[in-house]
Write a protein that binds this ligand. Sequence first.
Ligand SMILES: Nc1ncnc2c1ncn2[C@@H]1O[C@H](COP(=O)(O)OP(=O)(O)O)[C@@H](O)[C@H]1O
Ligand SMILES: [Mg+2]
Length: 289
Amino acid sequence: MIKVDNLQFTYSGNSSPSVKGISFSVSEGEIFGFLGPSGAGKSTTQKILIKLLSGYSGSIKILNRELGSVSKDYFNKIGVCFELPNHYLKLTALENLKFFSEFYQNKNSDLKGLLDQVGLADDADTKVESFSKGMKMRLNFIRSLMHNPEILFLDEPTSGLDPINARKIKNIILEQKKSGKTVFITTHNMHDADELCDRVAFIVDGKLEITDTPRNIKQLGGKRIIKIEYENNGIHSAEFPIEGLAENAEFLNILRKNHIRSIHSKEATLDDIFIQVTGKKLINHETAS
Ligand SMILES: Nc1ncnc2c1ncn2[C@@H]1O[C@H](COP(=O)(O)OP(=O)(O)O)[C@@H](O)[C@H]1O
Ligand SMILES: [Mg+2]
């Protein structure tokens, strides 16, 4: 669906590139994620893929065509959720959807139903200027879906949302995948990447470090272990490898002889591996939004 080879991009006026020779491909029906900290080049890459930025080097094929030669129809086939919502503030939510739907071939006959999916049904006739940031984000998100596109480009779609609304958005993304859509998503949230993505690429300083399934990436963290807490004249804890647990005499002994308080399996998170591989943290708390 998407095949990118050796993509490089420098903003005019900048001395060094923001995207430094990245390659990846996204299959039809796949949710593919760019996971990386602020400033890594996620939004820049998405803006190139949606033809908002030109002047890149390298090759980009989307829907079997070189991106440089796609027709206007490309915009009917893709849905885009920008990092920062750009609505008409003097129009209501419904008027915004109607306005933007005019640009597309596929007209959605149930715009109110769409608003309802992200909890905005009661605000359909409210001017967007009085919307909170989260409401604007949710409106932005359904705008990307309303013309039933084949590929979705979602730039940090859950950023700044409360857990309930983030859940709604994530469920819709998963439904889109079920209906066969291809999704390119950027995030600095490892939980979202882990839950949603079939494959994740770590991006840092304009370069991709690894690309794999979240499960395979987490396994780079080494042996999986369990931690057990038990009471025996005070509270103690011990750790054991998950492999061979049923035959581990010391573990079995603790189980038999003590009051067990808790048992947890401990796996590396995408965050842990991100730091291991890139030396960088995903979230810099001073700049996180
Ligand atoms: N319009 C712009 N002009 C110049 N530099 C930019 C512009 N937008 C982004 N950059 C720079 O490009 C790099 C990547 O930014 P961006 O793609 O927005 O990162 P991310 O989305 O991963 O946070 C950053 O160093 C940023 O400062
Ligand atoms: Mg960004």
